[in-house]
Each structure stands twice: as C-alpha cells, then as structure tokens.
Design a protein around this ligand. Sequence first.
Ligand SMILES: [Zn+2]
Length: 247
Amino acid sequence: MIHPYRDLSWKAHNAIPKDNAYALLPISSIEQHGPHMPVGTDDFILEYVLRRLTGDPAVQPEIYALPVIHYGLSPEHMDFPGTITLSSQTLSAMIGDILSSLRQHGWQRMVLLNSHGGNKPFLHGLAQEWRRRFGLTVYVMDTCNSLYDRYAAGVMETPPALEVHAGEDETSQLLCAYPDTVHMEELEAGFGKSVGHLPGQKDSWFTAEVDPSGIIGAAHLATREKGEELTSLVCRSVVEQLNAMEA
Ligand SMILES: [Zn+2]
C-alpha cells in the first residue's frame, strides 16, 4: 500500500521496517503543453495518479510516497513562455541529496516515479550511479510508458508515431484529472503540421521547431471518457510495475 511520507512523525518513520519498504520519489515538470493546457499538466496528472493509488490495496509492497519534485528537465520547451527547466546538474544534486538522506535513515530501496518524457533518459541513465554512490537499490518507473497498453485497449485514435506531446493522450488524461484547466476551444482542428517528423538532429530537437503550437500530436481527439480509460490503464501499469519489484 502507498502511504504519504510527509504525514508521519519521526517516531513513526523510525518504526517503518526499512528492509521491507520502499521510499517513492515522484518527479514531473513545469512546461508548456500547447495553447489549451496548463504548464502544470505533467504535475497534475502525476498527482492525480498518486492520489488514486494511495491506500489502494492492489499495491502489494509497503511504499512511502515523498512530496513531488515539481520541476524537471524541459530545455526542449523553453521557447514557450511559462516553462521552467532545471539543469541536469541541479536535478542530479537534488535527487542525490534526497537519496543520501534516505540512506542515512536506513532506507535500502527506492522508486522514482516520473511523469515527464524528457526526464526519462536522465533518470534511467543515472540509476546505476546512484546505487553505487548511495547504496540504495533504485527503481525508475514512468507513468508515460504504457503507450502500448493504451493502443492495445483501443482507446487511442492518433497513430502511435504521431503521439509525442500534449496530444490525445495527455489532453484526455487532464480532462479526467483536472477538467477546469483544459480549454479545448483553443485548439485548431487537425493534426499538428509536422507531427511524426522530429528534425534530423533527433536527440537535440526543440518542440518549437516541430510545431509552433507546442503540441506534437492530435489534441482535438481527446475526450474525458478516453481520459478515464487511459488513467485507469496508467494506474494499472504503475501497480504492475510496483508489484513486480517484489518478484
Ligand atoms: Zn506532459
């Protein structure tokens, strides 16, 4: 079961059997998500998923969820007002300090639960280094990696290669999690103009070079009903990943 870490006193923390529990550090982003969604989209989706899973008996391991790191690595979106990005050094230092504190209190295993695609290569790439440096087993999981499930379930209409950012998937999920923040009337109909054609420099693409709207996908296909199904699929995927840690 997932418990909120910050609700407990030091005495309650002291009583947690650390050899049988995991600390979970959620991480998201503050970055543009098109003209129709707020810069907090990844953050709102992650908090909503966590809220739904907190206390759910389907989660088998004992997990203590720390407060969210609300900022991530978003240099690709900095051409759009409102986006805040950390440098990789700052994010690495912040996560390192948290891991070091956890280790000092006897934690041996921890999970990073990430909701922003741009954080993925960084977090997965540093997991081994963090284990060496801090002596904690580190699991990295993403709320945004169950795209195959979403297509298998027949919910998504956007062709997979065109679904990159602020499209049908995220817009639907936010319509489920926090509908008042979504403004569908800001969308122009049709797929983004250059979707599916990330520029030749590949790894160093900027969103504004791909589509000036900030959307790489088909946001107009989003509905709240799809969002409810997609959110359930995301929650199920996270539960499966958490339960697999014990296997
Ligand atoms: Zn996002």
